[in-house]
Design a protein around this ligand. Structure first.
Ligand code: NAD
Length: 355
């Protein structure tokens, strides 16, 4: 067996903690990729992995992703992630959440947690009874940062799509620009609403047939079957459902000038960024365009930690930097002939002192 730290996914992680609490049954991995810019911030995933090694791999990849995302969002936060290895029945007890809170607390603020797949706001409230290093908690008071990150993610993607249209199509007007939206849940639904306000022409697809139909009626959009959205002829394809949707087959089928959406890890493999580039399709690196949610979560945490106002205006001001960041990536890509995903990775590595 090769040493753990020579595994490719290890990627110079600063810390990987394996937690086991016999009494509550908690088995978890807490990974901090980089704390160069601040505490390692990233949510907790509660998931059943038949092979725990896959849980470790998830924690490492997601944690590195958070380093890059937080750095490119201009946040004073590093990157981290926790994975709780759920049992097959996915039983979640108050004792387990308390033990997880103790494990986060024991790290003294080196890792800051929040919700991810399988963890609700109520779970985070339970965790917050044992540690202060938590975000994504309910907030009260007008204009206070916090709450559901979905709408903030949507806003950043909407601004990113407008930047992409400006860059690729040379227009500031969204009126009549055709956007095909895959996934109309929390993020994709919000993106569609923003775009509809600007008069964009929308084609929507979701496996939730009733939900997408209702949204299309509200916005005057067209619905296509989930399998048809990738090959819809459009100006912008906006993936807001699943990861790994950009592979050899789907990239060959795309009939768009731009790919810009919020789904995490859209490229099935690293070389698919290059494949988009070679087809002349402008790609908005996912972790750059979808940072609105983490900007909200981080602002909420810093406000609580430092007793500063942390307003929605502060959050929006940071989100409004996303278009500039994307344009910087695209310009560097065109100058260097390197695809935007690789350019973004290099910029992020530079920002976390690993250039
Ligand atoms: P969500 O569950 O609210 O919405 C996802 C939608 O995708 C659902 O309506 C679902 O029915 C649909 N869907 C699933 N499979 C589909 C398919 N094959 N074809 C078409 N539609 C399909 O989740 P969300 O919070 O909107 O997140 C969407 C994506 O954005 C995820 O990849 C998530 O990781 C990413 N993301 C979310 C946030 C956030 O703040 N919520 C932040 C960053 C990234």
């Amino acid at each position: 067996m090769t040493a753990f730290w020579t595994e490719p996914d290890f990627d110079d992680h600063e810390m990987v903690q394996v937690v086991h609490d016999r009494k509550s049954g908690l088995a978890a991995i807490i990974a901090v990729h980089s704390s160069h810019l601040g505490p390692g911030a990233g949510g907790t995933r509660f998931w059943h992995y038949p092979n725990p090694k896959d849980g470790l791999r998830d924690a490492l990849r997601l944690s590195r992703g958070m380093s890059y995302k937080n750095a490119m969002a201009g946040l004073p936060m590093g990157g981290g992630k926790a994975v709780i290895l759920a049992n097959e029945a996915r039983t979640k007890s108050p004792e387990l959440l308390a033990a997880f809170g103790d494990a986060v607390e024991a790290l003294g603020g080196r890792y800051v947690t929040a919700e991810d797949v399988g963890i609700s706001e109520a779970d985070m409230v339970a965790v917050s009874r044992r540690t202060a290093h938590v975000s994504g908690l309910p907030v009260s008071g007008a204009n206070r940062a916090g709450g559901d990150p979905g709408p903030f993610t949507s806003y950043g993607i909407y601004l990113g799509i407008k930047a992409a249209v400006r860059h690729k199509l040379g227009t500031d007007k969204m009126d009549g620009v055709h956007v095909a939206v895959q996934g109309t849940g929390s993020v994709g639904g919000g993106v569609a609403r923003w775009l509809a306000q600007d008069g964009a022409r929308l084609t929507l697809a979701d496996i939730n047939a009733d939900g997408v139909k209702a949204l299309a009626q509200e916005l005057g959009a067209v619905v296509v079957a989930p399998e048809a959205i990738l090959s819809t002829q459009c100006d912008v394809f906006s993936p807001n459902a699943l990861g790994a949707i950009l592979d050899d087959e789907s990239i060959a089928a795309l009939q768009t000038k731009v790919v810009a959406g919020g789904a995490n890890n859209q490229l099935a493999r690293a070389h698919h960024g290059q494949a988009l580039f070679e087809r002349g399709i402008l790609y908005a690196p996912d972790y750059v365009i979808n940072a609105g949610g983490i900007i909200s979560v981080a602002t909420e945490y810093l406000a609580r930690r430092d007793d500063t106002p942390g307003s929605v205006d502060d959050v929006n001001a940071l989100i409004e930097q996303i278009p500039n960041r994307l344009t910087e990536v695209w310009q560097a890509s065109e100058t260097s002939g390197v695809s935007p995903d690789v350019v973004a990775d290099r910029m992020a590595q530079e920002l976390i002192g690993r250039g």
